[in-house]
Structures are given as structure tokens and as C-alpha cells.
Design a protein around this ligand. Structure first.
Ligand code: ADP
Ligand code: MG
Ligand code: ZN
Length: 637
């Protein structure tokens, strides 16, 4: 109680000090209160010509003045002014001309600025002291004195799991990788047998694959199957601000691992440390080199038979230092790719095990609709569906939840529909434009649904195709398909122009246009699909800031660059004309569809096609197979 009181007193004193130092008005002017006179006294003195000099502090609403009869050394009188006083100005002017009163206006901020600086300094000082106090507090904490300053001694940042509890059962869809790793399990399980015969055991295995394909899971499963401890650390944790920390962490990690052998050491994101040395990018390069050298030393240091196996994961094997890949280090490389249809189905089955799913939901259909999804995305998809099911108070996950979850995972959360407005009209025409082309173009993947319900991330609506899963899995895109895809992408803008005119087009098509530019350019420069011939003119340039290719290689002259631009433009122009023409010829259908979508917000593929069929003689693109509605890839506007 007493203490609290004293504290609050101290605080209020402190506040007073800070308050004073922060408020410029009070400094130096406020103290001499015995000299303060009233406003009317001041005016009278002015009128009577008794005032020798006046200083006006307008900002502070103060004036200081001296009387003619006042002794030199005595402090000036001061008076509080009122806002904008024309009478005073008038009087001052008179006094200065008639009675020789010296009037000086002190510009605002002249001493205000100085005071501002001073008060900032004081504030800064206070903060510094506070910071120091906190530091001391921390360093005196029970964990031991001075701990916060103890960066150098690696406080081991790796994790150890005695039992991961993950088995090969939990990893689905990557059978080849599992088979290859089976051997590693066998070795970890009974390393003595191998040693007895004198077999050299792989020390390092590199798992290569895109994010979310189950690399971490796989490593855990190996440890789980073999029943050995699992040490893990992420490459990015090696790379610290302070030189030497990474190397000492590596040392610690392997020391602990040796104590616990046989065991498995997992290094995630190894590209963060194992990047090619000497590229000189991204600062902290020395540190990374030290860390990498330490890692190599450690790996060379333990003989193949100490019972430690190092598994590293990366999605960028191309940037790895060659020394890492030498025999005796990560000489086994296993690719973990995005799952194919079969893989997706198996992954879905694994993750459906612990979920209540309605009998009408077909995992096959979901797997077919999700080409290009990683294992992590599939797991996330089922989880989102389960969350939606709980929220909707349903007993089991139905197709509706699956469908909504896919949209949520791929596009974003739904927002409330727009009120009727010009914007809504425009979006409706734009999306129906995309959707119509999906329905009419010969090589296009058919429409799944089109909607004008907005979604997070600035998506006004979208038209969604059912991508052919075989094509996505195989990656074999044909020229005809690419051209139709570009045409579809341009369909939104084309509809805007056709209906609202050139002047009314909006920025809404910008991401469409970006995708068009990329696709068309790749057709010309990478796939040899233009009149320039079957030449790869560029290598993919996404490594600009990593590893080897500092500058994207351009294997052509200026003259060819001009030709490339022309070819790209030609492709885009041609597709755009096709889009415009189809939209113009189906204006009646479009108007009808827009009317419908404004009323219903969403039209599904079948309904859309049925309506278009009444208006056209062209063949309609139907989905090759028909399951409950679950989408694949969409054209957000
Ligand atoms: P990576 O390390 O390749 O980025 P993870 O192993 O961290 O991917 O995968 C994240 C999650 O995704 C896993 O915990 C698991 O739930 C799910 N997952 C990914 N791939 C698979 C797979 N092949 N089988 C089952 N689940 C998977
Ligand atoms: Mg991982
Ligand atoms: Zn669009």
C-alpha cells in the first residue's frame, strides 16, 4: 500500500518533469508569475505610452514588455494574450509610431525548436536508461548472469525427438522415395550387421523437392521406423548475425548426435548454408562459409559406421555447393516430387483416416480435381473442410465443404457479395467473358463455375476451369492449349471493351494481362512455339539472386530481342482478336448470363453450358468426366 503510493507519487513527479520539458510554452516564461499583469493593464500601459519595448510570442500566446520607468536589470512583465487580437495589433502600431515603443515579434519555433530538440534528447535519455535497466534485469535473471550477451555459445537450437511417432504408414504417395530410404532404416536398425561385413554405409541423403511434399515427414518416418532419435535443425538457423555461431552450432549438433548414435540428423533448408561459396551475395557470406566448412568437416570426421545418418532437404539443389554433393557426403539424392493422381489419392486417404467424411464424398474425385497440389496442401484442404463442417454444425464433411475448402485454399476467403453497383456489373461481364471462352474454345479446359462473390486478396470474382489432371501431372502443355489459355485470360478484358467501350476498361484485368505476357513470352523464348523457330532463347531466370546465374542468360542479339517482342505481341494480338470476336458473336448469351449471375452470384458449369447452348452453333466444351463439383484452377479477375 505504502509502496504503491510512493511509486505513484514518483511516477507523477516523473510525468511532471517530462511534461514540463515537453511543453515549450511553459519554459522560461512561466516562472516569473509575480511579474504577470492583466491584459487590460497591458493595453492601458500601451495607450499611455508607458511601454518601452514589447516582445510578442504568438505561438505561446504571450507578450513580454518593459515599462519606460523600469530599471534595466529587472525582469520584463508578461501578459497572457488572447487569440488573434486586431485591437492589440492596432495599438502596437500606434504605440510604436507615437511613443517609440519597440515591438518585436518572436517567430514561432525559434526557441520552440531548440526546446523540441532538448526535450527529444531528454526523452531519448530516459528510454536509454529504461533499456539499460531491462538489459540488466535480463542478465541478472535466474538463467545465469549476463545471459543475453552470451550469443556466441550456441544455446543449441536443434531439436531432439527421442521418438518421432511417425511411420512410413503416414507418408503416402511417394513410394519410390520410401523404397530407397528403406535401406537407410535397415541400416539404422542394425548397424552392427553392416559393420561386421564391412559395408560402407551412406552418410548423407539429400531429399530434393518442392515445399510441402513431405520431406520433413519422410525423415521423421525413417527415424520412427528405425526407432532412433531424431535431431533436426533448419539451415536458416545456422546463419546468424554473428560470425562463428553457425559453426559452433554444427559442432554442438554433431557432438550430441554422436552421444546418441545410432540416430538421424535432419538438416532442413540446407541451401541456406550449403549455397555455393564465393557468390558474394547477401552479406554474412563469411559466416555461411565457415558454417558450411564445419558441416563438411563433421561429415568427413565420422566414419561411415558411427551410426549417424544425415538427411538434408532442399528445394534448390541447383544452388548447392558442389562440395556437399561429393561422395561420402550427400551422395544419395532422392527426389520427392509433387504427387500424381494416385499419390494424391493415397495422401487424401491418410489424412481422411481421422476425419468424419460423408459417404457420398469421393476421395477419387477430390484427387482428380487437385492436380498440382502438394501433400501439405491436400492435408490443409481436408482440415479446412473439417473446420467448415464444425462451423456449419454438420455431423460430417460433405462435398459442399470440400468445394468451399478448395476455393479457400486456392483463392481466398469469401467476402460478402457486393451491393448492386457499376462495379458489380463490370465484374459480372468480365468473369462471364472468361467463362464463355472456357466453354467455346476447342482446346480449353472446361468451366467448373463462375462467381462474382468477392474474396480476400482483392479478388472480385473468378471463373474456374477443371484442369485436365493428366496434363498437369505430365506437364505436357500443347501449343493449341496455351493459345486457348491466353485467349481465355484475355476474355475478361475483351468483354469489358466489347460492352463498355475502350474508355471504360479498368485496372481489374492487370493480373490476367501479367499472366498473358508471361505465357506468350515463354512460348516464344523457351518452348520454340513461334515463327522464330524451335529455339530455346532463354533459360528460366528465376535464380537471379541465388547461386550461379547472377544474370539471366540471354542467348540472343539485340536484333533477335526485337523479333521476340514482335512475336509475343503477335500471339497476344491474335488471341485478343479471337476473344473479341467470340464475345461479340455471343453478346446475347452474355447479356443473359450476366443477368443470371447478378441474380445468383454463382453459376455452375452445367447450367452455364446449357444456357450457352441455346445461343450458339459452336461445339461446347464438356468436362471429360463428371463428378460432384470440385474445382481445380481458376482465373481470378
Ligand atoms: P516439406 O518438408 O517437404 O516442406 P512437410 O513434410 O513439412 O513438407 O509436410 C507438411 C505436412 O504435409 C506434413 O506434416 C503432412 O501432414 C502433409 N504431407 C505432406 N506430404 C505428405 C505425404 N506424402 N503423405 C502424407 N502427408 C503429407
Ligand atoms: Mg519441411
Ligand atoms: Zn480476369
Amino acid at each position: 500500500m505504502k509502496y504503491a503510493q510512493r511509486l505513484s507519487q514518483r511516477l507523477s513527479q516523473l510525468a511532471l518533469v517530462v511534461g514540463l520539458s515537453l511543453a515549450p510554452t511553459n519554459i522560461g516564461l512561466a516562472q516569473s508569475s509575480n511579474n504577470t499583469v492583466s491584459y487590460s493593464q497591458f493595453l492601458n500601459a500601451l495607450k499611455a505610452g508607458e511601454v518601452s519595448s514589447v516582445e510578442l510570442y504568438q505561438e505561446q500566446g504571450l507578450a513580454k514588455f518593459r515599462r519606460k520607468d523600469q530599471p534595466e536589470q529587472s525582469p520584463p512583465h508578461q501578459v497572457r494574450l488572447f487569440d488573434r487580437n486586431p485591437e492589440l495589433i492596432q495599438l502596437l502600431r500606434q504605440a510604436s509610431s507615437r511613443h517609440n515603443t519597440a515591438v518585436r515579434v518572436v517567430p514561432s519555433g525559434s526557441d520552440g525548436a531548440v526546446i523540441g530538440v532538448i526535450s527529444n534528447l531528454i526523452l531519448g535519455f530516459v528510454l536509454l536508461i529504461l533499456f539499460l535497466m531491462i538489459l540488466r534485469r535480463v542478465s541478472n535473471a535466474p538463467g545465469g548472469p549476463g545471459q543475453i550477451l552470451n550469443f556466441g555459445k550456441s544455446r543449441a537450437r536443434f531439436q531432439m525427438e527421442a521418438k518421432t511417432g511417425v511411420t512410413f504408414e503416414d507418408v503416402a504417395g511417394i513410394e519410390e522415395a520410401k523404397e530407397e530410404l528403406q535401406e537407410v532404416v535397415t541400416f539404422l536398425k542394425n548397424s552392427e550387421k553392416f559393420t561386421a561385413i564391412g559395408a560402407r554405409i551412406p552418410k548423407g541423403v539429400l531429399l530434393i523437392g518442392p515445399p510441402g511434399t513431405g520431406k520433413t515427414l519422410l525423415a521423421k518416418a525413417i527415424a520412427g521406423e528405425a526407432g532412433v532419435p531424431f535431431f533436426s535443425i533448419s539451415g536458416s538457423e545456422f546463419v546468424e548475425m554473428f560470425v562463428g555461431v553457425g559453426a559452433s552450432r554444427v559442432r554442438d549438433l554433431f557432438k550430441k548426435a554422436k552421444e546418441n548414435a545410432p540416430c538421424l540428423v535432419f538438416i532442413d533448408e540446407i541451401d541456406a548454408v550449403g549455397r555455393q561459396r564465393g557468390t558474394g551475395i547477401g552479406g554474412g557470406n563469411d559466416e555461411r562459409e565457415q558454417t558450411l566448412n564445419q558441416l563438411l568437416t563433421e561429415m568427413d570426421g565420422f566414419e561411415g559406421n558411427t551410426g549417424i545418418i544425415v538427411i538434408a532437404a532442399t528445394n534448390r539443389p541447383d544452388v548447392l555447393d558442389a562440395a556437399l554433393l561429393r561422395p561420402g557426403r550427400f551422395d544419395r539424392q532422392i527426389t520427392v516430387d509433387l504427387p500424381s493422381y494416385k499419390g494424391r489419392l493415397q495422401i487424401l486417404q491418410v489424412h481422411a483416416r481421422d476425419k468424419k467424411i460423408a459417404p457420398e464424398v469421393s476421395l477419387e474425385a477430390i484427387a482428380r480435381r487437385t492436380p498440382g497440389f502438394s501433400g501439405a496442401e491436400l492435408a490443409n484442404l481436408l482440415n479446412e473442410a473439417a473446420i467448415l463442417t464444425v462451423r456449419r454444425r454438420k455431423p460430417a464433411i460433405t462435398n459442399t465443404e470440400i468445394e468451399d475448402a478448395i476455393d479457400r485454399v486456392t483463392i481466398g476467403m469469401t467476402l460478402t457479395p457486393l451491393l448492386d453497383s457499376k462495379k458489380k456489373w463490370l465484374i459480372a461481364y468480365h468473369e462471364v467473358g472468361h467463362a464463355l471462352l472456357m466453354t467455346l474454345l476447342k482446346h480449353a479446359d472446361p468451366l467448373n463455375k463462375v462467381t462474382i462473390i468477392p474474396r480476400s486478396g482483392g479478388v472480385g470474382g473468378f471463373a474456374q476451369q477443371i484442369f485436365d489432371e493428366e496434363r498437369v501431372d505430365s506437364g505436357l502443355y500443347t501449343r493449341a492449349w496455351l493459345l486457348d489459355e491466353i485467349t481465355i485470360l484475355l476474355g475478361g478484358r475483351a468483354a469489358e471493351v466489347e460492352i463498355f467501350g475502350d474508355a471504360e476498361v479498368t485496372v481489374g484485368a492487370s493480373s490476367d494481362l501479367q499472366a498473358v505476357a508471361n505465357l506468350a513470352r515463354e512460348m516464344v523464348t523457351r518452348y520454340g512455339m513461334s515463327d522464330l523457330g524451335h529455339l530455346a532463347l532463354e533459360t528460366p531466370s528465376n535464380e537471379v539472386f541465388l547461386g550461379r546465374d547472377l544474370v539471366p542468360r540471354a542467348e540472343y542479339s539485340e536484333a533477335v530481342a526485337v523479333q521476340i517482342d514482335r512475336q509475343v505481341r503477335e500471339i497476344v494480338m491474335h488471341c485478343y482478336e479471337t476473344a473479341r470476336k467470340l464475345i461479340r458473336e455471343h453478346r446475347a448469351a452474355i447479356d443473359k448470363l450476366v443477368e443470371l449471375i447478378l441474380e445468383k452470384e454463382t453459376i455452375d458449369g452445367d447450367e452455364f453450358r446449357a444456357l450457352v447452348r441455346q445461343y450458339t452453333t459452336l461445339p461446347i466444351k464438356e468436362p471429360a468426366w463428371k463428378a460432384t463439383a470440385t474445382p481445380a484452377v481458376s482465373q481470378p479477375s
